[in-house]
Design a binder for this molecule. Sequence first.
Ligand SMILES: Nc1ncnc2c1ncn2[C@@H]1O[C@H](COP(=O)(O)OP(=O)(O)O)[C@@H](O)[C@H]1O
Ligand SMILES: [Mg+2]
Length: 256
Amino acid sequence: MSLPARGLKVKNMASGRGRNQEVILKLGDVWKVYQMGEVKVPALRGVSVEIRRGDFVAIIGASGSGKSTMMNLIGCLDVPTKGSIFLKSKDISKMSESDLSSLRGKTIGFIFQQYNLIPSLSAFENVMLPLEFLEYDDSAAAKKAREILLLLGLGDKMSHRPTQLSGGQQQRVSIARSMVSDPEIILADEPTGALDSVTGKELMNILTKLWKEEGKTIIMVTHDLNLAKYAHTRIELKDGRIINVSQKPLAKILPG
Ligand SMILES: Nc1ncnc2c1ncn2[C@@H]1O[C@H](COP(=O)(O)OP(=O)(O)O)[C@@H](O)[C@H]1O
Ligand SMILES: [Mg+2]
């Protein structure tokens, strides 16, 4: 991740997978102004930032600073009032809705605070759902779903329905579902918001593992500085503007 003005030393942080090489997401002077009747609410006011493949980014800031707005734009769930957003070098403002939803489906996995699991389906079936839209064949889809559930420590919970799982387990099922199509980018908006602190820590360990071991690009929104510590790059928002960007030395987060 870098701001044009900062010249961050990303080269020294590269690992074997080409971490921090290619810019995967680029926002250029992005504005989002909500119209509330007669009143205009400027939620983002000229945000420019580059996020590199394989980074773990925390977007921090007080409530109302524009974090979720930024996340919705990054996730192609909303369009900016002004400015450009490039996802994998594609200008998303110039894409049709159907091309955009296909790019989004292939590229981005969302982890929400609400798990949005389907109550009548088992953990396994919930995780299978996204693959049904992506035209996987059944046995490849089942294999993928099983693998990701195992990776998240849910091997013995596959046939459980959401109500038969704890909050933390449900959150892990929702992560499995967001990961099963192997998205390059994982977006998480206040992902621990509904979890107790122990389960929240578990979730952070999972995100860290997906980042370290699977090479995912993770972008997480939080107002909790203790969670932001897990990330490599911190982007701080205030009143719709980026007021600070900082990075931890990778050696401190990725020993060896
Ligand atoms: N859909 C919306 N319509 C109108 N105003 C909104 C909407 N979503 C967010 N806002 C306003 O935009 C600002 C930023 O909100 P948000 O991005 O949700 O901040 P955060 O996630 O940091 O708490 C706030 O003032 C909020 O009230
Ligand atoms: Mg928010």
